[in-house]
Write a new protein. Structure first.
Length: 132
């Protein structure tokens, strides 16, 4: 009986690890901006990339990681599935360190709006206080 219970416990742990989503590794470590687009030529995706490229320091300062779900590959499908995003449309989703979606837009998010949203988060306010 004891061996059977241990076996079930290991099976449950293995199943839980296999079911982990692509964002789980970032929880409590980084904020994540997920960019989803049908293909790399998507105008909104290119605009969002360009806007973020101009503010790299602010992105880094806020522990923000950018992940892209572009095209129809397995990784893109997994990210879209975890966030329930449509495959054929652009979406930008800000995920907090707690793993929750904080902002979802169907158009590029201006960096200032992104930063104001992040800076208003309780965890970020604590980070700012700790840096003083």
């Amino acid at each position: 009986m004891r061996a059977t219970l241990i076996g079930f416990g290991l099976a449950a742990l293995t199943a839980g690890a296999a079911a982990a989503g692509p964002l789980d590794a970032y929880r409590w470590r980084s904020r994540v901006l997920v960019l989803s687009a049908p293909d790399a030529a998507d105008a909104d995706l290119r605009a969002q990339r360009a806007a973020l490229g101009r503010v790299r320091g602010g992105v880094s300062e806020r522990d923000l990681v950018v992940l892209e779900a572009v095209g129809t590959g397995a990784e893109a499908r997994a990210l879209r599935a975890q966030l329930s995003l449509p495959e054929g449309e652009f979406r930008a989703v800000l995920i907090g360190k707690d793993g929750g979606a904080k902002l979802t837009e169907a158009a590029p998010i201006p960096p200032q709006k992104l930063f104001v949203t992040i800076d208003a988060m309780p965890m970020r306010r604590g980070e700012i206080q700790g840096a003083r």
